[in-house]
Design a protein. Sequence first.
Length: 392
Amino acid sequence: MPEPLRVWSRAWRHLLAAGVGVVAWCAQTAVVLAGPLTAAQQDVVGAALVLDLAVGVVALALLPLRRRHPLLVACLAGAACVVSVAALGATALAVVSIAARRRLVVVAAAVFLAGSVVSEFLYRPRFLLTEAGGFEPVGSVVLSGAFFAAAVVVGRYVATRRALVLSLNERAVTAEREQALAAQVARDAERNRIAREMHDVLAHRISMVALHAGALTYRDDLDRGQTAEVAHTIGENARLALAELREVLGVLRTDGTAGVEPPQPTLAQLPALLADAREAGSAVRLDSGEVLGLECSETLSRTAFRIVQEALTNARRHAPGEPVVVRLAGVAGGVLEVEVSNPLGDGPDVVSSPGVGLLGLAERAALVGGTFAHGARPDGSFVVTARLPWQS
């Protein structure tokens, strides 16, 4: 069932139907009473005109039911036109409704045209004293058919317009839903990116703090100067961790118009990263050939740096004190291969239970179209390998 009309939408339709009926009734009354009539004929014509008006009122009263029973109301209104021209407005509105719903318009047309034939050739000549022969009744029937066809056309137009409005509303709803989904996907992607950045930024610094704090806990042979140096290193790394965390959180607080996201580290900062690892006591060796001197995209350089940073962090956590080898190889236009290897230590088993860091590195490599692998080798080493497309 279609949605109910508002009060004003119902009112103006009913008023229009009543207005059409009143105009038709007045025109018929003027024509019928224009000719000479006897007293008996005046009584018959007067009764017919009163009946015409009463039936028109009944047809108007049926209109509120047309949306629930469109075919029944259209047929009853069409049949009422046999004795009432005042019902023409109500009939037109009923036909528009049934045509707009694409129901059995043919049935209503048959009832209406049959009623027109009966009215013009039987009822009107007998009770309204019109001519039963000639072309006038035929013309009236043709005019009634044209009237019905016009109502059907209006109904089809209304149906087409409603379908168009409904389609546009559905498109608007779909567009809003897709826009909301796209925004949600973008937010989730941004949250994942920030989560990776926070992990990469903090894991390196916190592991340095944990390593030196462990040295203070278990080393009782350090003199005052060495203890102060280790404490200074712990404080410095804690300060750097807080500063980097503040930068990442600052990105979350920006509204897109104020503030600029700080530049992310790239392979240009790799020597400084390795120097920090060596200061922490790790024996790190870099085998890069001429790769560091070659030009590559910022995305590729940042991804390679994060892979090395996370691998060094894992090496300190799971194999403290073991030597680490960082190897970079590749050529522009081909593949940049990043490999970090270290002997397996006695720390927690990273092989069987990879943490968030390794999963984040796999996602980073996938985002730039590369591959990522990690695992133990038969020689007793743990190797992290990434192959990243190097567009020239």
